[in-house]
Design a protein around this ligand. Sequence first.
Ligand code: UDP
Ligand code: MG
Length: 310
Amino acid sequence: MPITYSIIAPIFNEYENIPELYRRVSEVMNSTGEPWELILVDDGSTDGSTERIRALAAQDERVRPVIFARNFGHQIAVTAGLDYSRGQAVVIIDADLQDPPETILELIKKWREGYEVVYAVRAEREGETWFKLLTASMFYRLIYRITDVKIPLDTGDFRLIDRKVVDVMNSMREKHRFLRGMSSWIGFKQIGVEYKRAARHAGVTKYPFRKMLKLALNAITGFSYFPLQVATYFGFISAGLAILAIPIVAVLRLAGSHFFEGQTTTLISVLFLGGVQLISLGILGEYVGRIYDEVKGRPLYVVREAPKDV
Ligand code: UDP
Ligand code: MG
């Protein structure tokens, strides 16, 4: 029987959340009366999550495990889920139950109305630190301003994607992935549904500041040349300042002023320009490194175990 819904949950050390995730997802999905599958992608867990996933799969054939050889990161885990999904509609959900499975029914309703991407918008967030809220809010607004695709604000990866869009996404094999951006870039009919993001069911966040920063860099470099252009602007601004400053200083010196004498002024301008140049070089390096990763052509992930029937 063809599958209507694929639910994808990436799992990195979510031992305590797996049974509750399975219980709530099956309850909600059974209420649709249509065939579904739950793809649990184990992203290199070390806390026994892997065994729990295997045990669930042994007991319910609708649970399909994809087990990675190591931790490849959240975005890559979801990508693997998309690769192995067979449903007509695919739902990406966090395994920590911050995205309530009950909201899936609202996403499905919009999909039935003909929308091809239904993303869930975080109207409220529970149980997050002020630091997370602030950095997340800044992140969404920055990405919105400087990237070329209009990625909806306050939207995570929790969304329903139609098979047509999934097929296009699966053909985009870029290494540094920002899935929300990719799904916006593709187009089709998209709509948001508001929901209240809950607190984690158990455990702690697997997204430390370092990983959030990496995701933000991938989002920016993946969808914009803005940082490269900043270097050009800085170049023009400092060259412009120099052109203005040279005649002014010359005139002042001829008039007998000693204002611009001494090492301090020289040192400041050398340090300033040196700093700007190194930052520009670093930005260039971010892009060059990404080109290098693409050229190497390595697979996005390595699986230890995966379902045979794709
Ligand atoms: N996750 C993953 N690999 C990682 C980090 C996170 O598969 O390297 C999963 C994690 O298990 C969870 C989801 O991605 O299901 C979202 O992570 P988390 O809840 O820690 O992020 P937050 O909600 O705090 O932003
Ligand atoms: Mg979470």
